[in-house]
Design a protein around this ligand. Sequence first.
Ligand SMILES: Nc1ncnc2c1ncn2[C@@H]1O[C@H](COP(=O)(O)OP(=O)(O)OP(=O)(O)O)[C@@H](O)[C@H]1O
Ligand SMILES: [Mg+2]
Length: 292
Amino acid sequence: MTTADSHLTADRGRRSPSIKIEASRPLPAVGGQPDGVISLRQLSVYYNDFRAVSGVDMSFSSKEITALIGPSGCGKSTVLRCLNRMNDLVPGARVEGRVAYHGADIYGAGVDVIEVRRRIGMVFQKANPFPKSLYDNIAYGPRVTGMKIESMDDLVERALRGAALWDEVKDKLKDNAFGLSGGQQQRLCIARAIATSPEVILMDEPCSALDPIATGKIEDLMTELASEFTIIIVTHNMQQAARVSQRTAFFTAAADDKGQRTGALVEYAPTEQIFGNPVDPRTEDYISGRFG
Ligand SMILES: Nc1ncnc2c1ncn2[C@@H]1O[C@H](COP(=O)(O)OP(=O)(O)OP(=O)(O)O)[C@@H](O)[C@H]1O
Ligand SMILES: [Mg+2]
């Protein structure tokens, strides 16, 4: 363990988590939506002067898969990154409105961003393992977040089993992660995300670089993980949204009078309704392939 790690661990061992899990001021439910784990109220996101997304009101259900769909540039990744403060890392990004996790504002004063990202993990479009062994990829998060762990070996095995990767890699845990196939690397990233025992996993097009077989494995895995985790996935693949999610949110971007294309939530409903009987004609146009 490095000095930085041990400092963080010791520090984190002393203090109580600063993000309050019990809601002191629960947000009122949005009509017809689940009163969920994460709730957005009037979320707008800017990159410098450019308003990328405006006025999003939605809640995400516990232990369900929610899909975010919509044409390129409508702000799906932008919204997803707000949910665990990943946009903090994007130069010029600014968030307005409220993002509540169990009613607690994750942008509030005194919130521990590392704790937010431990509880709300993320898997990216392109698998991004660390240039380390498989074992250390998994162990890294629990170490730096100062989790109290009885056996790291057991934790690594549990995470790899949870990501349906254990049988393929159990004899090469000390090998570098870059030696895995693309699909295995993505499952390693999912294992890394679940190793810190998050409640929510955000996935931004996690299968877009994978072939259909590797995609099928990740989809099966998502369905299994949803019994334990809340999953929010951005996907361009509408069949995938229809196959794996229970709820779907359709976003689109419309130009304002200054020509700025700002993304907005158009329709959010149970997946079968979005794909079978959408209310908004823009949703209908998109899912039937007439637009986007
Ligand atoms: N770092 C950034 N700096 C400036 N503008 C950005 C940045 N990231 C995204 N944008 C802009 O914000 C808008 C929303 O982008 P975002 O990446 O969220 O869209 P998306 O729906 O995820 O698109 P795609 O389907 O292509 O991934 C776009 O107009 C994009 O150009
Ligand atoms: Mg995107």
